[in-house]
Design a protein around this ligand. Structure first.
Ligand code: 4AD
Length: 472
């Protein structure tokens, strides 16, 4: 049995993360990480080490390849390696262009082989529910970790864009006793004997910050008890919301477009994050500005011109079925909600970001500012609201101008059957120096699904939650 002993006459190693190794070519270094890949040749073992900051090719030769640990080394074992960092021989490729030639190493945390081996727990073909149960292991894969890395870069790009526009970050509460987006999707809980909810949106709190901090944003989890098993719905998602004072509706849409484009530009200006985008989504290019804007009424006409139908419903909102049990499909009419399927078809045909704006008040939340009605106009009242739709994903942003007038807000509570009492603090905004203001919420996982070209938002959340799934 060969026991490896470190040669203490060699230079003291420099401890480094993989991403920083380029500074230490031809030096003796010490690196820790996990065995990502392993390949055995006759007298030589190649390992790709992963430490979260990057990947490193490692060469084990001579004694270092003959120990018991070397013979029994398994994927995902945690190891500590010491050796010299060498440029890879001409014509060969390795991450960073160099490889570590090991002179001493040890196993810090072994991983099992056999039935329990990492590769037997997971593979690309695994059933989605097995992958979901093993999300903690899936995260070690290149694709999943790249998505999370891009997510971190995006959040940091947004933070710096907001700072450049003097929008400051606040952290509103998750435990709330008021609703924002309708009672149907609230997660209710017992709060010291009182009813409370998990927040659906921090919007109302952001509005209260305007007179204190000026324009504000937050990156906070929102919760929706929606029984939607779709590619773009989560029960908990990361909600990037902002609120701006003394703006009009046009300013609001311009701001949304600016913040998204400047943040995307920051990602593409950095070689490391561009590489992430290109790996995940090779054909990605920054969207052209200005974004297309289409009114809700024009969108209804557009859907009908393109033969995009929707499911007919009876007066109770039940889907009508034909004799074969298939849903009856009918053209869209003003007043209809544009369902996810129609919206997706539309964005896929248009193929670039598009703002839909001016939705009927009946389809939207109580707080939205109404558009002024022209003389003699009938039909639905429209709102200063907008959704930003992206190809492959659909709606990624929902925003609007807010009712600034106190009595109008009280009437809006009334129409929605909301008791104004618990909203006294929100109503007070209209009492103490009201102003024209508006804001929006952006679904971070949806933005990421667009940028990283993921099939579902579930791939864009660390530990996604959807109906029936709150583990791991
Ligand atoms: O359109 P929503 O419901 O708007 C609001 O909550 C506003 N109060 C936001 C505001 O004005 N401050 O949600 C905003 C965005 C959507 O466009 C979507 O991207 C995302 O939040 N979103 C979801 N993402 C994943 N799963 C869900 N169940 C989502 N529901 C909304």
């Amino acid at each position: 049995k060969i026991v490896l002993v470190e040669d203490l006459s060699l230079p003291t190693p420099i401890k480094s993360k993989i991403v920083r190794l380029v500074n230490y070519r031809d030096k003796r270094v010490r690196v820790c990480g996990w065995v990502h890949r392993k390949r055995d040749q006759q007298d030589i073992m190649f390992v790709v080490l992963r430490d979260g900051t990057g990947y490193l090719q490692v060469v084990f030769t001579g004694q270092t390849n003959k120990t018991y640990d070397a013979v029994t080394l398994q994927l995902e074992a945690a190891i500590e390696l010491t050796g010299t960092l060498k440029l890879v021989p001409e014509g060969q490729k390795a991450p960073g262009g160099h490889e570590l030639v090991v002179d001493y190493w040890k196993v810090l945390g072994p991983a099992p082989g056999g039935d329990d081996a990492f590769t037997n727990k997971l593979n690309e073909q695994s059933d989605p529910s097995i992958l979901a149960d093993n999300r903690h292991l899936v995260l070690r894969g290149e694709t999943a970790s790249n998505v999370l890395r891009l997510r971190a870069a995006l959040l940091s790009a947004f933070r710096s864009t907001y700072a450049e526009h003097d929008v400051i970050e606040v952290t509103p509460p998750c435990l709330v006793q008021t609703q924002v987006e309708g009672g149907a999707t609230l997660f209710k809980l017992d709060y010291y004997g009182q009813p409370a909810f998990l927040t659906q949106s921090s919007q109302l709190y952001l509005e209260t910050c305007l007179a204190s901090l000026g324009d504000v944003f937050c990156i906070q989890e929102s919760f929706r008890a929606e029984n939607s098993h779709t590619r773009r719905h989560l029960s908990e998602y990361t909600h990037l919301e902002a609120e701006l004072a003394f703006i009009n509706f046009d300013d609001l849409m311009t701001h949304i477009e600016t913040v998204i484009c400047e943040s995307v530009d920051k990602i593409l200006a950095n070689p490391a994050t561009t590489a992430l985008v290109k790996t995940l989504n090779p054909s990605f290019t920054a969207p052209e500005r200005p974004f297309k804007r289409m009114s809700y009424s024009d969108a209804i006409a557009w859907l009908n011109e393109h033969g995009i139908l929707h499911e007919a419903e009876d007066a109770e909102g039940n889907t009508l079925k034909d004799a074969d049990g298939k849903p009856v499909m009918v053209p869209h009419a003003i007043g209809d909600d544009i369902a996810e399927a129609a919206e997706r078809q539309m964005t896929d045909i248009i193929g670039k970001p598009v703002f839909l704006y001016g939705f009927p008040a009946e389809l939207k939340a109580f707080y939205m500012q109404k558009m002024p009605r022209k003389e003699g106009e009938t039909g639905p009242v429209f709102t200063e609201s907008c959704d930003l739709l992206m190809p492959n994903v659909g709606e990624i942003v929902g925003g609007s101008m807010r009712i600034a007038d106190g009595p109008e807000l009280l009437a809006a509570y009334g129409r929605e059957g909301i008791d104004p009492k618990p909203y006294y603090w929100y109503t007070d905004m209209r009492k103490y120096g009201t102003c024209q203001h508006g804001g929006y919420g952006l679904g971070v996982e949806r933005l990421l699904a667009w940028m990283a070209n993921r099939y579902t938002v579930r791939e864009c959340s660390l530990y996604p939650r959807w109906p029936g799934r709150a583990t791991p």
